[in-house]
Design a protein around this ligand. Structure first.
Ligand SMILES: [Zn+2]
Length: 334
């Protein structure tokens, strides 16, 4: 963290997500001891905060976390006043005026996201705004690159939001291959607030992206990994299931999170969590409950591996194939 301080411009601020233990495991419940977890986390952030480099902290709720106003209010009450918090709701039971009024009462920002299912009018609930561009669902998600005409409608929206708040924070989550950097600069350019220095960086990024993704060799490498994914999947899915996995449409897949060790996604109405560290796959369809004891995949798990960045899919599949007994295939426990 001291390097973050040292190597960033004076006006650069960091934003962080609250640890999953608070939002996902203990679900903001004070009885589970989240206050201690929160204090510990804020202490960690202290060097950033005391150097005026700490932006809003994000309370990102898991998709299954549905509306409970009393619970969330009790959590808001323990938030320190001198820090900014934003909350990202991923269950639609939250999207109503009662929620927005509660957020306003505690000056917590509703996280404005670019999902098509959300209300089209951005809801502002604090004296700052927090926007996240996740990239769109489906196969190109991890290396999603927003086109100009997809970002263009955001320009009037952001201008409108700007008039209501002191500061607008915007984040791009499509971080694979550096697309997020490029899209951030796109938005700044469209808003006509890009600095000459940022303009130079943008040209550099564009040159990098062009050189990296137009080489014929890299295309061939992609093809090779694609066949090896197939080969690896054949050991875990019978041909009929593999065919059905390939028939699932990209738009039916919503990847919620990808890190080198953890993948969380929805396929249709089902949830999939792959924890490569603990070697656990949890999922909740009927076929999975039958396949899991035999250490076989269902079509949904197959589809997730077909949707991940190729190098990551190969790495995890190889690990599963080599050490099948170390992996646990579990039905989701709610
Ligand atoms: Zn399944």
């Amino acid at each position: 963290m001291f390097d973050w301080l040292r190597f960033t411009q004076p006006d650069f601020v960091f934003s962080a997500k609250l640890p999953k233990v608070i939002t996902h495991q203990k679900k903001l419940n004070l009885k589970e001891g989240v206050e201690t977890d929160l204090i510990k986390f804020i202490e960690l952030m202290q060097p950033l905060w005391s150097n005026r480099k700490l932006g809003p902290l994000l309370i990102q709720l898991p998709p299954s976390f549905d509306s409970d106003l009393d619970l969330i209010e009790s959590f808001f009450k323990i938030l320190p006043n001198d820090l900014n918090f934003a909350v990202e709701f991923r269950h639609n039971s939250w999207w109503n005026d009662e929620t927005w009024n509660l957020l306003k009462k505690y000056n917590v920002a509703n996280t404005i996201v670019d999902e098509p299912l959300l209300p089209p009018e951005p809801v502002v609930t604090a004296d700052f705004a927090y926007i996240r561009w996740h990239g769109h669902g489906g196969r190109p998600w991890y290396n999603y690159h927003y086109e100009r005409d997809e970002l263009e409608p955001w320009v009037p929206k952001i201008k409108k939001i700007t008039r209501k708040v002191k500061t607008v924070y915007g984040y791009f989550n499509n971080h694979y291959h550096g697309y997020a950097v490029d899209n951030c600069l796109d938005i700044l350019k469209m808003l006509k607030v890009i600095t000459p220095e940022q303009e130079k960086v943008k040209q550099k990024v564009n040159r990098f992206l062009k050189s990296r993704f137009q080489e014929p060799e890299s295309k061939q490498a992609t093809l090779l990994t694609a066949t090896s994914i197939d080969r690896l999947l054949q050991r875990l899915l019978d041909p009929a299931r593999l065919t059905r996995a390939k028939k699932i449409l990209d738009k039916e897949v919503q990847i919620k999170e990808v890190t080198p060790i953890r993948i969380e996604a929805n396929v249709k109405q089902y949830t999939i969590i792959i924890d490569a560290n603990k070697k656990i796959i949890t999922h909740d369809c009927d076929d999975w409950t039958r396949q899991a004891p035999k250490k076989n995949f269902c079509k949904h798990i197959g589809k997730i591996f077909l949707s991940l960045p190729e190098d990551q899919a190969v790495k995890i599949l190889e690990e599963i194939n080599v050490k099948k007994n170390d992996w646990q295939f579990k039905p989701i426990i709610h």
